[in-house]
Design a protein around this ligand. Sequence first.
Ligand SMILES: *[C@@H]1O[C@H](CO)[C@@H](O)[C@H](O)[C@H]1NC(C)=O
Ligand SMILES: *[C@@H]1O[C@H](CO)[C@@H](O)[C@H](O)[C@H]1NC(C)=O
Ligand SMILES: *[C@@H]1O[C@H](CO)[C@@H](O)[C@H](O)[C@H]1NC(C)=O
Ligand SMILES: *[C@@H]1O[C@H](CO)[C@@H](O)[C@H](O)[C@H]1NC(C)=O
Ligand SMILES: *[C@@H]1O[C@H](CO)[C@@H](O)[C@H](O)[C@H]1NC(C)=O
Ligand SMILES: *[C@@H]1O[C@H](CO)[C@@H](O)[C@H](O)[C@H]1NC(C)=O
Ligand SMILES: *[C@@H]1O[C@H](CO)[C@@H](O)[C@H](O)[C@H]1NC(C)=O
Ligand SMILES: *[C@@H]1O[C@H](CO)[C@@H](O)[C@H](O)[C@H]1NC(C)=O
Length: 794
Amino acid sequence: MASVILGILLVLAPLPLSTEAQTRGNLTLGSSLTANDRNSSWLSPLGEFAFGFRRMGRGAHLLAIWFKKIEDKTIVWSANGDNLAPEGSKVQLTANGGLVLTDPRERELWSSGLNGTGLAYAAMLDTGNFILASASHVKLWDSFSRPTDTILPTQQLNLGAALTARYSEMNYSTGRFNFKLGYDGNLVFYVAPPQTVPTDAYWASDTVDSGFHLIFNQSGQVYLMDRNGTILNRITSELVPTSGYYQRAILEYNGVFIQYIHPKTANSSSGRLIGWSRVSVPVPENICRSIVQHLGSGACGFNSYCTLGDDLRPRCQCPPGYTPLDSANEMNGCIQDFVPQSCNGSRPETDQFVLREMLATDWPVSVYEQSSGQTEDWCREACLADCFCTAALFKNGNCWKKNYPLSNGRMGPWEDGKALIKVRIHDTTSKCTKNDQKKNKNTTLMIIGSVLLSCSVFVNLLLLITYLIYRSFRSRDSKLSPLVQINQVTGMRTFTYQELQEATYGFKEELGRGAFGTVYKGALGSEDADFVAVKVLATRTGESEKEFEREVSAISQTNHKNLVLLLGFCNEGQHRLLVYEFMSNGTLADFLFGASRPSWYRRTEIACDVARGLSYLHQDCTRHIIHCDIKPQNILLDDSLTAKISDLGLAKLLMANQTRTTTGVRGTRGYLAPEWFRNMPISSKVDVYSFGILLVELICCRKNYKPEVEIEAQIVLVDWACDCYHNRSVPKLVESDEEASSDIKRVRRFVMTALWCIQEDPALRPTMKKITQMLEGAVEVPIPPVPSSFMSSI
Ligand SMILES: *[C@@H]1O[C@H](CO)[C@@H](O)[C@H](O)[C@H]1NC(C)=O
Ligand SMILES: *[C@@H]1O[C@H](CO)[C@@H](O)[C@H](O)[C@H]1NC(C)=O
Ligand SMILES: *[C@@H]1O[C@H](CO)[C@@H](O)[C@H](O)[C@H]1NC(C)=O
Ligand SMILES: *[C@@H]1O[C@H](CO)[C@@H](O)[C@H](O)[C@H]1NC(C)=O
Ligand SMILES: *[C@@H]1O[C@H](CO)[C@@H](O)[C@H](O)[C@H]1NC(C)=O
Ligand SMILES: *[C@@H]1O[C@H](CO)[C@@H](O)[C@H](O)[C@H]1NC(C)=O
Ligand SMILES: *[C@@H]1O[C@H](CO)[C@@H](O)[C@H](O)[C@H]1NC(C)=O
Ligand SMILES: *[C@@H]1O[C@H](CO)[C@@H](O)[C@H](O)[C@H]1NC(C)=O
């Protein structure tokens, strides 16, 4: 009851400083938590761990346990990674089912079950264990006995227990790697994606008939123990500093088991907070080498290769001529960037391909032919002439031909062969583009070209079939239909209005609304997995269809990790819509000015992200683009809170003739450079000005203009920041922010950079490239000049 009332209060009340409803200590039967945007959780007595819902994206919540006191809020256990809970779901402590997670329609998503009867209470403990117990303290269920991918000090795994890696760093659904203490006493690591038959172990403790418990003891050691208490096998053996540190050991999504520590109190003397650091050698030490699967792709996905990073964790990369199948997950393998070699004997295409060398690289399993006593030249020619040959390995006079898909790829000093990978000769000229749209365009043009040039109907048919197979292979995972329409002018996917209407369920879920139109959430394909954001453009200016498409094309040629990706568009009669990748964490405006203050570290990262994105737009991209409308509403955050700039080019597209009049720009007033109001030429420096305002907002975590502030000098934030800087009182700007206060040098550098950005004379403002360097600390920031009452002009 109490929690219900609290819940209602939280919904109705204006947001207080701390939005989390938190209960400590014992939980009685009937206690519940609801998944909504205001995170509520149950805390351990000292507040070390929390149990509750974590938002994984809009309307998708994970029931989890996490380290409560550290910045990362690292998750150590989760219940429903494969079946995220929608908004309004509830977890409740019930007498019969233990913990039961139900969606808003009361359908059960997960339940703990109970081993025994007489459930009396539940508790989140300071060890990280969540327990359900009877009145006489008999444990009826605990999270330590059902681990997901992480174990904690004091946790012990018994025979039959297993850890399962998650799908990717940020996606908690079931991944490919497992770790199991078998009933035979052997601890084995093996690869087994869901619904797949497990293959051989890639690491084993070799303790058959003797292993009994896997222990993570309080001194930070992980070892296997015999029945009689003898230590059989140390899994992680380094001496670990224990006091003052949090610890965890995890079977990572990439298949390695690693132990980490994290200081309990933030230490920002280096100016940068220290997160988790690795304290053990990964198990296995070299996963790239340990996994050799005859069925399956190996440590990485098909057609990719595995290398060990400096941190000894594996990385998956694509060979030349190949691109990732899924840019969000490097483990998913790669696909050919080109149309494969034709196998028509009278059209061998040998001259269309080259072999690229990759030293110390091999795909050991995909062999279909071996020749010995040969030269490298022979090997090259043999592979080029053979349309089945995807790559060849040459070593000591031996030539192995490999076919598609390549598996178990690895690169490292232990490989002594030379891989020769076959790629089609491309004549790509563009520098700025390297995304899917462009590739689609290339293949489309290639098909059209060959259709025009060739007079044989049969060749056309064959090419068309090859193309369709290729397309459908490409889109295997993106769930787009194989016959996607590609626009000839923009090289982008075009959608019909009806398709987008269906994708958004009739424009039902609104994500946001801005000067240019309204954005709706949608999903492409039959499953709701590939979310997109569909922007319905409101304004329709005089520009022709071709102009619209040319602009869209310009936008589509940008490709940078700090820019929101445009996936396609619809241009049908009155309807003009743009389809973007979906950003699960909403806008920077909501993040920054919302209820809880994001950490200083996160804010500095966002500032650098935005600066890099703008620097790319202004300088690195082939068509220099001025954004014209930089503000927190136009910066979106993805699931790892990386900031991406959205609405590029829309200002130009839609405000063409309106920008110069004050009525046209009222909406974004405050972020606009003085040039807009003064009939001065508009250059990329207008974005620099807007970025300056945004930067000050990021530093202070408040809106630039806040009329309700009592002290008049503080109503306009940039004025105040300027005063503080020149009065040598910068710390006042971040007074209530402990983390920023302890990093005051960087705060000062950011403030100085911002003051440079908002210089009235555009020529004085640095370029975004320079600003990026200033923020990163790569160059010294000169003393900014005193601005001449710039705000009075607005
Ligand atoms: C929780 O409940 C049990 C049994 O009722 C009791 O022994 C224990 O002291 C309680 N713990 C707290 C922190 O209230
Ligand atoms: C809820 O938790 C998530 C993940 O920890 C965080 O990103 C989000 O900002 C939190 N929401 C609120 C309203 O505190
Ligand atoms: C259930 O409890 C009994 C006795 O406490 C224990 O021996 C058994 O291993 C438990 N089973 C599970 C699945 O936890
Ligand atoms: C943890 O295990 C090590 C042996 O690996 C032992 O020396 C140490 O005393 C143990 N610590 C505790 C608290 O049991
Ligand atoms: C524990 O059992 C193993 C056999 O499983 C034996 O070799 C070892 O000597 C025993 N150690 C102790 C201390 O009893
Ligand atoms: C913080 O960092 C300083 C310098 O790197 C170091 O001397 C100090 O021991 C650290 N404190 C903690 C709690 O780690
Ligand atoms: C192979 O290509 C040649 C030349 O383009 C063409 O004449 C022939 O019909 C093709 N054969 C097959 C089986 O596709
Ligand atoms: C996690 O990955 C799985 C497998 O690809 C996918 O089905 C699921 O939608 C992903 N979850 C999130 C939250 O992205």
